[in-house]
Design a protein around this ligand. Structure first.
Ligand code: COA
Ligand code: ZN
Length: 303
């Protein structure tokens, strides 16, 4: 039986938030629709953050309203209670909140202590449960923090277990700056899977040091069946120096299909979405897979 892997596309959020060129609401919607055309059905479509802190995410309420009713699996990032309120009012069905494995990142990203951010997240989770909104919790800087250095895996393990026990719908282990290596990924994910099962776990990798696909492979071997990825490798966090693009969706999908997994994604149409991401931003790093896939897919189409 073919095993399914879910790709949660984060290009329209993690990808665009760091671009020097600001996309219009219409352009952001074009990119999301191109991804939907490629059968990408889990998409982080924006963020309810301060428009002063992240101008690229201003107008996420309009994005969400245009997509209203299209998918339960469209999510929005929220940094705090205010973000949750705005997301709820705009009709979000899934919110993604952020936990911090280091003090430095919590302070730089949202101006809170790590503990305060965790308490806020617990309160948001209770509200979301009452409101019938799904919650994804991301443990950021899970392997290394650009301010505080290497992360103690116990901190990540305990935070993840706590929020899974509290009932989040999904728990993301995020290598925010692309510092993880496959041995670390295997060690952490094996422990998390042994305690919690793999059903609610996701891995989020950046390809800063070309270890992205190796880390995906290590996580797959540990049983992980859901990954964040960004079209054309767009990405990087404006508050985390050194963070370059996320793993490219094309690279991950190509590798996983070649390994016999099913993602439901149409690679042909994914190339169209990837080209669009490059055209719109003018700065997408592009994926390694595209140069290989384009001639191969073409050959298959005419054969
Ligand atoms: N959405 C929109 N506006 C928000 C907001 C939210 N979620 N939370 C706070 N604000 C507004 C406040 O109303 C206030 O507005 P004002 O200046 O018009 O009065 C302003 O932002 C500042 O709020 P304050 O509570 O003093 O927070 P801050 O200046 O320390 O900023 C955050 C805190 C969280 C709003 C800001 O750091 C942020 O948006 N960070 C986003 C981080 C991010 O997206 N990182 C990448 C993903 S991990
Ligand atoms: Zn990221």
């Amino acid at each position: 039986m073919t095993q399914k892997i879910i790709i949660n596309e984060v290009g329209p959020r993690d990808g665009l938030q760091n671009q020097s060129k600001l996309l219009s609401i219409d352009e952001r919607l074009q990119l999301i629709r191109a991804l939907v055309e490629a059968n990408v059905d889990h998409i982080e479509v924006g963020a309810f953050v301060s428009p002063k802190a992240v101008p690229a995410m201003a107008g996420t309420d309009e994005v969400l309203q245009s997509l209203r009713g299209e998918s339960e699996n469209f999510s929005v990032l929220i940094p705090n209670q205010r973000g949750y309120e705005l997301a709820r009012q705009a009709g979000a069905k899934t919110v993604a909140m952020v936990l911090y494995a280091s003090e430095g990142m919590a302070v730089k990203n949202v101006g809170m202590t790590k503990l305060r951010a965790e308490q806020d997240a617990e309160a948001i989770l209770q509200c979301a449960k009452a409101d019938g909104i799904n919650v994804v919790a991301t443990v950021s800087v899970a392997f290394e923090c650009p301010f505080d250095g290497p992360t103690d895996p116990m901190i990540v393990f305990e935070a993840a277990n706590k929020f899974l026990d509290l009932g989040v719908d999904n728990l993301v282990i995020a290598d925010t700056i692309g510092a993880a290596n496959p041995a670390q990924v295997a060690a952490l994910m094996n422990r998390l899977v042994a305690r919690n099962g793999a059903g609610k776990l996701t891995c989020h990798f950046h390809d800063t040091r070309a270890l992205g696909m190796a880390n995906v492979y290590a996580a797959v071997e540990a049983g992980i069946r859901r990954f964040d990825a960004s079209i054309s490798g767009l990405g990087g966090c404006p508050f985390a120096p050194g963070a370059s693009g996320n793993i490219a969706t094309e690279d991950a999908v190509m590798m996983l299909h070649a390994m016999g997994f099913e993602t439901g994604i149409d690679l042909h149409r994914l190339m169209v979405a990837s080209d669009l991401a490059e055209t719109l931003t003018g700065a997408a790093p592009g994926s390694r897979a595209k140069a290989w896939l384009k001639p191969h897919l073409l050959k298959r189409a005419v054969a």
